[in-house]
Design a protein around this ligand. Sequence first.
Ligand code: HEM
Length: 205
Amino acid sequence: MKNFVNHIRPRFVPDGVLSVLYTFCLGGLSFLAFIVLGVTGLLLMFHYQPGESTSFSSIVTIASVIPYGGVIRNLHYWAGQIMVVTVNLHMLRVVWTHSYKSPRQLNWLVGVGLLVLILVLDFTGYLLIGSQESGAAATVAVNILGLIPGLGTALGQISLGEPSALSGSTLVVYVWHCVGLPMVALILQFYHFWRIRRDGGVRPL
Ligand code: HEM
């Protein structure tokens, strides 16, 4: 624990580590978007109702009846899209500056895990809209998972529940999107930040 605290808030920061033109703060912007998503997502949970017949109508209610609901929903939607873009650009910057090389190869792998999590979060958010398009997307995902020999059907049930072709919103998707995946992503991000310091800070190798 002491080790974690010492590295997450170091007393000395090496010269050049904070250069904006080296990182373009793309990792920091990704984290900012993640915080916005957490706050707006929590507010949306007060009125969103998962399920085939309730999801879409609850979103319409949020957007048109609940005070500031439309603003909160749009903030959540755009922060999600922006995060997908900034995380990808951040990864390109890491490739461009060769920062995936030793000693940062483990943090690169942690980053790959984060990228997958962010994409799955974006996808499950799309399913929660509960529209016909989200129903079609959920059906495709269940069918693709079903192709995995032996495990496919169980994996589909565990990750998506039983979505209908008319709405991708199920309680299972909802809990993954609002609790399971964000928790894992948050823990992995703090490990990512700790590793940056542990690997000597952000600076040319
Ligand atoms: C939730 C997504 C992510 C967040 C919030 C995040 C955050 C950060 C932050 C704040 C930094 C410090 C420098 C900077 O801002 O560029 C950083 C560095 C780094 N990130 Fe990420 N990151 C994420 C995803 C990724 C991905 C997808 C990869 C690669 C697959 C990656 C690999 C790295 C590496 C290797 C470093 C060290 C770079 C260096 O020392 O120059 N990260 N990350």
